[in-house]
Design a protein around this ligand. Sequence first.
Ligand code: RB5
Length: 150
Amino acid sequence: MRVAVAADHAGYRLKEEIVDFLRQAGIPHKDFGTHSLESVDYPDFALAVARAVQSGEFDRGIIVCGTGIGVSISANKVPGIRAALCHDTFSARASREHNDANVLTLGERVIGPGLARDIVATWLKAEFQGGRHTRRVQKIADIEANFNIG
Ligand code: RB5
């Protein structure tokens, strides 16, 4: 599994923790930045990860900002991206099992690094359950495909 990771300045420190976790766990990953605390715009970094996942180059994405909200909204504008903002392990597992989330978003200003590591580990391990959830995820894709057609 290859994981694309990014953050804005407000998520930079937590992103560094996550990159460290992935390195220690031996999970292939790429850090799309940002690389400092200098102020940047979160949609740019959300888009970089969303594109990397949408293209198939990466299987999953993890994006961090101050709240996790801005990067979640941004990533979910990209067709095929199902970004889930999760600040607990129950939601992280469910976002994979029920929603087949391919992007996880986190807020550095909301949770600490220990919980974030647990959430990331849970989310990377959990598998989509299929079954009735497949129909529902397909309906999300249908909304995406048909919305502008009417
Ligand atoms: C940056 O100040 C902050 O607005 C951003 O990181 C994020 O929380 C937006 O949703």
